[in-house]
Ligand binder design. Structure first.
Ligand code: ADP
Length: 496
């Protein structure tokens, strides 16, 4: 899952799930607690909602039984209300409901059921409490503020048989009352907190697990690369952004490994190249040195000998010049520094001229040349005439070099093969051994025959191949069943 989707899902779950769970928890706790409240406060199920929303009503309900009883007594038997034992009995019941009872006769405190702060004197009580007849006659309930604490006060006034003005007060403290409501609130608060913490925790683990697995693998891979180890595979499945990042990283590692291997191979090749050049230059230079010393030391003591020595030095210098020329050309091709002059050339015209040029040289060497053009007269290719000539020359030069027959023969055929033309150059020389065949296009590779003759450097065919490829073509060698070798240059046709 994509990280974006994962975060969106987590966000929705963190919002929706706690709301749903908290709703369910609130409903459940509300049901349990309202049952307890109904039982404690003597409420009917239908009354509960209204009563709960009005704390004054709830507190009033709490002591309703005792209040009703006192009212009844005040009418039926006021004398009983003046009895301390009766007042203590009612007060004991009230204490269970966080309430207490006070009785005043003619404004004088006669009975005080309060068991709290005893520093309040009777006079203070008398001052704070409403006087006879001041109470709310409709409900009998009023708020009474004692310092900062709020209390509900219910007052029952009656006249005794002796004409005394008596008041019974039922005082209920708002601080100690409504324990169930408080508990309900605390329970709801706690359960909401718990649900929030649980949902957020589960979602955090879910996101963490989804992202940490690929990140950990990536960390290991980065460490490997830092230490120069590219031989590992970073294998991560999944469609999230981190997994994609891992796959890109793996691709980067693969390419880095390839390029490092290529670099190492190139370095190895360069070392071989330097060693080959040094080796190929050493032979003629040793000869030049030897013959020069011969002249200087007077070993060449006759004019004929001296001329032979000087000619050898000249030939060796020529050999080195050829090697350096070939090397320069090869390096130019390799580093793409050859100024190609590509143009449209007519195949028939071009090869007619080419064959004419080669033919003269072959004639002087006594080698036969046949030329067959099977392609259409108007066929055109795009090529650099000079470089294409170099390709043909290198192949023909080899055919001459490795010719071992009295009656040497070279056949050149131009064939039209669909979108390509093929130039076949076939000779009847010694041919190429199966052992040499896979390597003849490698630079500095020399076959057995060439190795004996120190004049060849093994660059001719590699130059020809590079040049053909620069033309978008291919150069291949084929077994010639009749002996000798057959090289095929394939070039792309230029459509009209
Ligand atoms: P070299 O300077 O040795 O000729 P090339 O790159 O031109 O280098 O050729 C590579 C090798 O391929 C030669 O050493 C030779 O063994 C073999 N070869 C190339 N052309 C021919 C051919 N026409 N007949 C026989 N062997 C050939």
């Amino acid at each position: 899952m994509k990280l974006k989707t994962r975060l969106m899902v987590a966000f929705c779950i963190i919002i929706i799930l706690p709301i749903a769970l908290a709703g369910a928890a609130i409903l459940g706790l509300y049901r349990i607690q309202t049952k307890a409240i109904q039982k404690n406060y003597g409420l009917e199920a239908s009354d509960t909602q209204g009563v709960l929303s009005n704390s004054l009503q709830l507190m009033s309900r709490y002591t309703k039984t005792e209040y009703d009883e006192i009212c009844k007594q005040a009418k039926a038997d006021p004398e009983k209300l003046e009895s301390v034992s009766y007042l203590t009995e009612v007060n004991t019941k009230l204490q269970e409901k966080s309430s207490y009872l006070i009785f005043c006769k003619n404004g004088i405190l006669v009975y005080n059921g309060y068991h709290g702060d005893s520093s309040i004197s009777d006079e203070q009580w008398e001052k704070q409490l409403p006087s006879y007849g001041e109470g709310d006659s409709s409900t009998g309930a009023a708020y009474y503020v004692d310092n900062d604490a709020q209390s509900l006060l219910k007052q029952v006034d009656f006249e005794s048989s002796r004409g005394d003005q008596c008041s019974v007060y039922i005082i209920t403290s708002s601080e100690s009352i409504q324990p169930e409501i408080k508990k309900l609130m605390i329970d709801i608060g706690l359960s909401v907190l718990l649900i929030l913490a649980l949902t957020a925790g589960v979602m955090t683990i879910w996101i963490y697990r989804g992202t940490m697995v690929p990140i950990k693998k990536l960390q290991v891979a980065t460490k490997n690369i830092k230490e120069g180890n590219l031989d590992f595979v970073l294998d991560v499945e999944g469609t999230d952004e981190f997994s994609e990042l891992c796959r890109d990283f793996e691709e980067m590692r693969r390419r880095l490994k390839e390029s490092t291997e290529e670099k190492m191979a190139a370095e190895k090749e360069n070392r071989a190249l330097i060693s080959n050049i040094a080796h190929d230059l050493k032979t003629p230079i040793t000869a030049v040195k030897g013959y020069s010393e011969g002249i200087l030391d007077g070993v060449a003591d006759t004019p004929e000998k001296q001329e032979r020595y000087i000619r050898t030095i000249y030939n060796k210098a020529n050999e080195m010049d050829r090697l350096l020329n070939e090397l320069t050309l090869y390096s130019k091709i390799d580093t793409n520094r050859i100024p190609y002059n590509f143009k449209k050339i007519n195949v028939s015209d071009y090869f007619n001229d080419c064959i004419e040029e080669i033919g003269l040289d072959l004639e002087t060497r006594g080698i036969g040349l046949t030329y067959f053009n099977y392609a259409d007269e108007n066929i055109v290719i795009i090529a650099d005439p000079e470089q294409l000539m170099r390709v043909v020359n290198n192949i023909v030069t080899n055919a001459i070099k490795y010719m071992d027959k009295q009656k040497g023969q070279i056949n050149v055929r131009i064939k039209d093969v669909g979108d390509f033309i093929q130039v076949e150059i076939e000779d009847n020389g010694k041919g190429i051994s199966a052992r040499d065949l896979p390597y003849i296009f490698d630079r500095f590779y020399r076959g057995d025959a060439s190795r004996k003759d120190k004049k060849h450097f093994g660059l001719g065919l590699s130059i020809a191949k590079e040049l053909t490829e620069m033309h978008g073509g291919t150069l291949a060698v084929h077994d010639n069943p009749g002996g000798g070798s057959r090289f095929v240059v394939t070039l792309t046709l230029q459509q009209a």
